[in-house]
Write a protein that binds this ligand. Structure first.
Ligand SMILES: [Zn+2]
Ligand SMILES: [Zn+2]
Length: 92
């Protein structure tokens, strides 16, 4: 099994893009491919807010558009209250 689903996942990843960018103001999400980062605007196409595609602390890219903390350095990369309710972290 494994193999077929790996292939499917790979196909999906290619369709959607390798990396994710998001608007810090309205939450608009844009996926992009390695090498296409320069084509991303600096601003959100919907609200002209900041379209963030790199961690502001360590410049790591985001593999998921739903990250709250940077996977690499743990810095907060988006306002936690963006989803309506502030996300609380248990045990930190
Ligand atoms: Zn926006
Ligand atoms: Zn980081």
């Amino acid at each position: 099994m494994g193999k077929a689903s790996d292939w499917l996942r790979e196909e999906r990843r290619k369709t959607l893009g390798d990396w994710a960018a998001f608007c810090v103001d309205c939450g608009h999400v844009q996926r992009y491919f390695e090498g296409d980062e320069e084509e991303l605007g600096e601003t959100c196409p919907q609200c002209s807010g900041e379209l963030r595609h790199r961690c502001p602390s360590c410049a790591a890219r985001f593999s998921s558009a739903f990250v709250v903390d940077c996977e690499a350095c743990g810095a907060g990369v988006r306002p936690a209250e963006q989803f309506g309710t502030r996300i609380r972290k248990a045990g930190r």
